[in-house]
Design a protein around this ligand. Structure first.
Ligand SMILES: Nc1ncnc2c1ncn2[C@@H]1O[C@H](COP(=O)(O)OP(=O)(O)OP(=O)(O)O)[C@@H](O)[C@H]1O
Length: 213
C-alpha cells in the first residue's frame, strides 16, 4: 500500500503499509484523529489516497459499515429495510430481493438478535439495536472485505459480544474483516491489531503479543 492521504493541512495517513489477511479480524486502533476512519475510507474506495494504492484481488467485494454517528437517526426505513440494503450492490438497479436474499436477511437478523424488530422503524429502536442493524447490513452483503467503523462504541457488553462474535464468524467464512475500535474487549477478540499514531503504523501484530492490561 504505502498510503498517504492529505486532508487540508493534515497528513491523515503518512505512508501506511499493511497486509490484511483473509480469514482474520484485524482491529484498527489509535487515538482520536490517528487516521482509522481515513484508512477505512481508503480501503473501501470512497476516498482516493493522495499517493499509494490498495492492492486487492480482482473481484473482491467490499462492505463498509460507517460509524453509527454518521448515519442519521431519522432515516425513514425499517430495521428490515436496513438489512436488505446490504443486498443492493449485488441486486443492481431493481433491488428486488430473491428468496435467497430474504433468507440471508433472516439469518443475519437472527445472528444479531434483530428478528423481533425487523418491521420497526430504525428511528424507533435503541442505539444498540441500531448499531446491530448496521453491522447486520454489512454481514448481509457477504463481502470479501468487511470494513466496520467503531461497531462496539457506546453499546452494552452483551451487544458488544454479539457484534464481535458476528465479525469473527465473517472472518471464519474467509472474509478480510477490519474494524476500528477504542474498546479493549474488541482488541482482545481480534486476531490482529494494527495501531496507528498520527497517520503512521505504530504496530502490526497478533493479539498474542499485545501487552496485558
Ligand atoms: N473530512 C475531513 N476533512 C479534513 N480533515 C479531516 C476530515 N476527516 C478527518 N480529517 C482529519 O484527518 C485526521 C484523521 O482523522 P480520522 O477521522 O481518520 O481519525 P480517527 O482515527 O478515525 O479518529 P476518531 O477515533 O476520532 O474517529 C484528523 O486530523 C482529522 O482532523
Amino acid at each position: 500500500m504505502g498510503l498517504t492521504v492529505r486532508r487540508g493541512e493534515v497528513l491523515a495517513l503518512d505512508g501506511v503499509s499493511a497486509r490484511l489477511p483473509a480469514g482474520a479480524v484485524t482491529a484498527l486502533v489509535g487515538g482520536n484523529g490517528a487516521g482509522k476512519s481515513t484508512l477505512l475510507d481508503v480501503l473501501a474506495g470512497v476516498l482516493e489516497p493522495t499517493s499509494g494504492r490498495v492492492d486487492r484481488p480482482a473481484g473482491t467485494t467490499v462492505a463498509y459499515v460507517p460509524q453509527r454517528s454518521a448515519v442519521p437517526d431519522d432515516l425513514p426505513v425499517t430495521v428490515g429495510d436496513t438489512l436488505a440494503m446490504g443486498r443492493w450492490r449485488e441486486l443492481g438497479r431493481w433491488r428486488r430481493l430473491r428468496a435467497t436474499d430474504h433468507a440471508l436477511v433472516a439469518e443475519c437478523a437472527d445472528r444479531l438478535g434483530l428478528t423481533g424488530v425487523l418491521g420497526v422503524p430504525l428511528s424507533a429502536v435503541s442505539g444498540g439495536q441500531r448499531q446491530r442493524a448496521l453491522v447486520a447490513q454489512g454481514l448481509v452483503a457477504r463481502a470479501g472485505l468487511l470494513l466496520v467503523d467503531e461497531p462496539t462504541a457506546g453499546v452494552d457488553a452483551a451487544t458488544q459480544a454479539v457484534v464481535l462474535a458476528a465479525l469473527a464468524e465473517e472472518a471464519a467464512r474467509g472474509a478480510v474483516v477490519v474494524h476500528a475500535t477504542h474498546e479493549r474487549a474488541a482488541v482482545d477478540r481480534a486476531d490482529r491489531v494494527l495501531t496507528l499514531v498520527a497517520g503512521r503504523v505504530d504496530g502490526d501484530r497478533t493479539t498474542a503479543s499485545l501487552p496485558a492490561g
